[in-house]
Ligand binder design. Structure first.
Ligand SMILES: *[C@@H]1O[C@H](CO)[C@@H](O)[C@H](O)[C@H]1NC(C)=O
Ligand SMILES: *[C@@H]1O[C@H](CO)[C@@H](O)[C@H](O)[C@H]1NC(C)=O
Length: 196
């Protein structure tokens, strides 16, 4: 009986504490303003924007145990001859040279979808997660249209993180090799990006 009372009273105490702390948090939290102007210096931006050019190779491996691109969805009508509607998730290695064994500088992580009924064209939405030197831990976000049979495909850089905060720019993608049998591709990327 005494034990039960003790339990009940401790439950009541916990409840009371919760109510009190809720009340005091209402009392003490001052709402921060929804918006304000601030000096770029307050974010450590004390230099003009610079333009960087990055160059690497993107390996899209769709076949085999080590695939880096996996199909995750397709439409009822999606087939090999009419791939419209298929969606793939990628974690594609980025290397300095066209050889996949060359130095790894990052990974392209995201999705692409076949979004044209009449040609081989992808919507791509992915992040470059960099691992190299001062870029290690920084990322760039790319989203755009990729008509894969065109010699050069241009896609916008939407933004970035780390050294690429406030980034804007574009990429140029050129197919380096495409294996007709497996569908594996190696794509040369030139990235032109403004950032601080
Ligand atoms: C998969 O990757 C491992 C480790 O890099 C490698 O030893 C193996 O040969 C690869 N397998 C295929 C099918 O490419
Ligand atoms: C990148 O940063 C991670 C986390 O800080 C670290 O573990 C890794 O060794 C770094 N890689 C390179 C290539 O500098």
């Amino acid at each position: 009986m005494a034990e039960l009372l003790l339990k009940l009273s401790s439950a009541a105490a916990v409840f009371l504490l919760a109510v009190l702390s809720l009340a005091s948090s209402f009392a003490t939290v001052e709402a921060k303003p929804f918006s304000r102007n601030l000096s770029p210096l307050s974010l450590g931006i004390n230099k003009p924007e610079k333009l960087s050019h990055l160059h690497f190779y993107f390996h899209d491996i769709v076949a085999g145990k080590n695939a880096t691109a996996v199909r995750v969805a397709k439409a009822e009508t999606t087939s090999a001859s009419s791939p419209f509607g298929a969606v793939a998730v990628i974690d594609d290695p980025l290397t300095v040279g066209p050889d996949i064994g060359s130095k790894l500088v990052g990974r392209a992580q995201g999705i692409y979808a076949l979004t044209s009924k009449t040609e081989s064209s992808l919507l791509m939405a992915y992040n470059f997660a960099f691992m190299e030197g001062k870029y290690n831990g920084s990322s760039l976000t790319v989203m755009g249209r990729n008509p894969v049979l065109s010699a050069v495909r241009e896609m916008p850089v939407m933004g970035g993180s780390g050294v690429f905060r406030f980034a804007r720019g574009y990429v140029e993608a050129r197919t380096h090799t495409f294996d007709l049998k497996t569908g594996d591709a190696c794509v040369e990327y030139d990235v032109y990006v403004y950032h601080y």
